[in-house]
Design a protein around this ligand. Structure first.
Ligand code: ZN
Length: 137
């Protein structure tokens, strides 16, 4: 099974804007129109103040690694061809955490606090995945 045959992320009315934006090469996240809090995952109301005035705004696209792991072949035999790969929680500059792949990192540099920036990889004609790589000056 190649990366192209993997099931696509679940796109639903709450997160459709995120995936549309990623396809355009923009990391767009929900932000409350009343209290200005960014939040993730997306939902119909602000988890901070329960406002329904949720907008989608372009995020800066960088942050730091807050947790990470390398996925091993024994965990997911069906995806053997694509493994090992690293997946991390990224604490974005906006204060929310997003889980994503880490790419282009030298083996000894992956760690908590590593500054990273978003890159967009087109995996099918309609699906683009945001991934992160070490921030380059
Ligand atoms: Zn709010």
């Amino acid at each position: 099974m190649s990366v192209y045959e993997k099931p696509a992320p679940r796109i639903n009315p709450d997160n459709a804007r995120f995936w549309e934006s990623a396809h355009e090469g923009v990391l767009r996240l929900p932000r409350c129109g009343d209290c200005a809090t960014w939040h993730w995952p997306p939902g119909p109301v602000c988890p901070n103040c329960f406002s329904e005035r949720i907008g989608w705004e372009a995020a800066q696209g960088h942050g730091t690694v807050s947790t990470w792991t390398v996925v091993h072949q024994d965990w997911f035999p069906a995806f053997k061809a694509d493994i090992p790969y690293a997946v991390a929680q990224i604490e974005l500059a906006e204060g929310v955490r997003l889980t994503a792949d880490i790419v282009d990192y030298p083996a000894d540099t992956l760690g908590v606090g590593l500054p990273v920036e978003v890159v967009f990889d087109s995996v099918t004609e309609t699906l683009t995945l945001p991934r992160f790589r070490p921030l380059r000056g």
